[in-house]
Design a binder for this molecule. Structure first.
Ligand code: MLT
Length: 386
């Protein structure tokens, strides 16, 4: 048997696939699993988006290769959304690239700029594709610990001189998965300055910008002066419009960075099914009422779960964004053992913090993706094992 390539050998197993396997096995055994694992909205995609897909799928003009860099209608809809939401002007032709979900764009981007020996500066804990994409591109990761005492922001001043010199890119993700932290304006200004001084590309993953509570408003990094020189920002329809399975996202920002990613992708995929792109146009025209309703739903779930866990003596605070709780593990158990115990003894799926990186050890993540009754049921089960 041929050996796997060194790159593939050095990829860790994909976290959510492993958790999904354990969950499926438990369900096959007939157990009543409460899934607080992957961040996959449980509510349906709004009907007007499904209708737009239906209609577009019937049109033979949409059945052929969509080889271009995304349909003009979709790029224009994304530009209008950015303008309305962040007051950022983006040129639809050169500053926007639709993607088959933001994950593939994030994972492919390092191929455009990394050579062997180059470094990506990667937060730890983080969404796994930042590391996976870097490894597949032949680069190496310099990890930036996200620590509670630093509000889960990377401490740019602590990045060693050599790592800074070899770094081609830095990943940031606020509102943050998994810690739910939010970035301050001061941090974003410091980041842009750092990137310019060190000639480093900033990759901003903005997937959770619309999941916000208690009046908080997340900002795009592209709003900040000078950002458009060094930033590529990734966004997704997945969480905002309950469209995880549809696979539709986009990259926006600096034209050279966008063109480089487009070149990589033109050698890998052949575009996004046009009917899905047209459904994306419909999604982006969804009114703020829908987003507000979803945030209200997650907020109610958040309040029940946070106060329930706190009354069990667990250390957890209310997030002001994302649909994740980042919870200190009670007692001295490590996160893998604790998550296994939750599955075995309480039929609850939660994500072990270490799955997001070694600085995630000591935590578990719970996603607010089940109805309130199931959250209450989960709390009852946790009472019994606490
Ligand atoms: C997560 O659970 O961290 C994310 O939902 C996974 C993803 O977006 O691919």
């Amino acid at each position: 048997m041929l050996r796997l390539s060194k790159k593939v050998q050095s990829l860790p197993p994909y976290l959510f696939l492993e958790i999904d396997k354990a969950k499926r096995k438990a369900r096959q055994e007939g157990r009543d699993i409460i899934d607080l694992g992957i961040g996959d909205p449980d509510q349906p995609t709004p009907m007007h988006i499904i209708d737009a897909l239906n209609q577009a799928a019937r049109d033979p003009a949409n059945h052929r290769y969509a080889l271009d860099q995304g349909m003009p209608a979709l790029r224009q809809a994304i530009a209008s959304w950015y303008k309305a939401r962040f007051n950022v002007n983006l040129a639809p032709d050169t500053q926007i690239l639709p993607l088959i979900g933001s994950k593939e764009g994030i994972a492919h981007f390092p191929l455009a700029f990394l050579n062997a020996g180059d470094i990506s500066l990667i937060p730890d804990p983080c969404y796994p594709p930042y590391k996976g994409g870097t490894i597949l591109a032949g680069g190496s990761a310099h990890l930036m610990p996200l620590l509670e005492e630093n509000n889960f922001l990377p401490d740019l001043k602590r990045i060693p001189f050599l790592a800074r010199k070899k770094a081609k890119m830095i990943f940031v993700n606020y509102p943050n998965n998994p810690t739910n932290a939010c970035a301050s304006d001061g941090f974003y200004r410091e980041l842009i300055d750092f990137a310019k001084r060190n000639k480093i590309i900033v990759i901003s993953d903005l997937a959770y910008s619309e999941m916000v509570y208690d009046g908080y408003k997340a900002r795009s990094l592209l709003e900040f002066p000078g950002a458009q020189d060094v930033v590529i920002e990734f966004h997704s329809l997945s969480k905002t419009y309950n469209m995880t399975g549809w696979r539709l996202g986009w990259a926006s920002g600096n034209p050279r960075l966008i063109a480089a990613l487009a070149k990589v992708k033109s050698n890998i995929d052949s575009g996004i099914f046009s009917a899905i792109q047209l459904a994306g146009v419909a999604a982006l025209s969804t009114g703020q009422d829908f987003t507000a309703k979803m945030c209200q739903l997650y907020q109610e779930r958040r309040d029940i779960l946070v106060s329930g866990l706190q009354s069990l003596g667990w250390q957890v605070t209310k997030p002001k964004a994302t649909f994740y709780l980042w919870i200190k593990i009670p007692g001295s158990s490590d996160s893998m053992s604790f998550a296994s115990r939750l599955l075995k003894e309480a039929d609850i799926v939660a994500t072990p913090g270490v799955g997001f990186g070694r600085y995630g050890e000591g935590y578990i993540r719970m996603a607010l993706t089940v109805p309130k009754e199931r959250i209450r049921e989960a709390l009852e089960r946790l009472k019994k094992i606490s």
